[in-house]
Design a protein around this ligand. Structure first.
Ligand SMILES: [Zn+2]
Ligand SMILES: [Zn+2]
Length: 141
């Protein structure tokens, strides 16, 4: 599902077989509203201010549950960095080498075609570009 079409997070979690606890809803909402593919630390640091009982383990476990149910993807950008994404349609990522932010972009040619031989099953497609974002380009000039 595209993130633009989710209007009730509780119902969305339920329809994916997840019991919508308050913490789960807030974690998913945070991912939904963040355009920058947050890391566990980002999510934890932000939500602990609102939910003092939250632990980093809960954030990890919740993200793992979301991934298991297929509503969150791990963004594979650089080996050491685990970033999470609620946009589970095929799309590309652009990492700015100046500010470090990661942006989504749509893949306009429709489907990403491959020449993989028969028998290969694709579970996720990643397209990764890097460069300088518009904000940083402007600052440079
Ligand atoms: Zn930038
Ligand atoms: Zn993304």
């Amino acid at each position: 599902m595209n993130k633009k079409t989710i209007d009730n997070v509780g119902d969305y979690l339920k329809s994916n077989g997840i019991k919508p606890s308050f913490q789960r809803i807030r974690i998913f909402e945070y991912l939904l509203n963040s355009k920058e593919h947050p890391k566990v630390d980002d999510i934890y640091r932000e939500l602990i201010q609102e939910i003092p009982t939250l632990s980093k383990t809960t954030v990890y476990n919740t993200l793992n549950l979301f991934m298991e149910k297929g509503i969150v993807h791990l963004v594979t950008i650089e080996g050491t960095e685990n970033r999470y994404d609620v946009n589970i349609e095929d799309h590309g990522h652009f990492k700015c080498e100046v500010c470090g932010r990661v942006f989504d972009f749509e893949i306009l040619e429709g489907d990403l075609k491959t020449d993989l031989p028969e028998g290969f099953v694709i579970s996720q497609k990643d397209l990764f570009f890097r460069g300088t974002c518009a904000d940083c380009s402007r600052k440079k000039n």
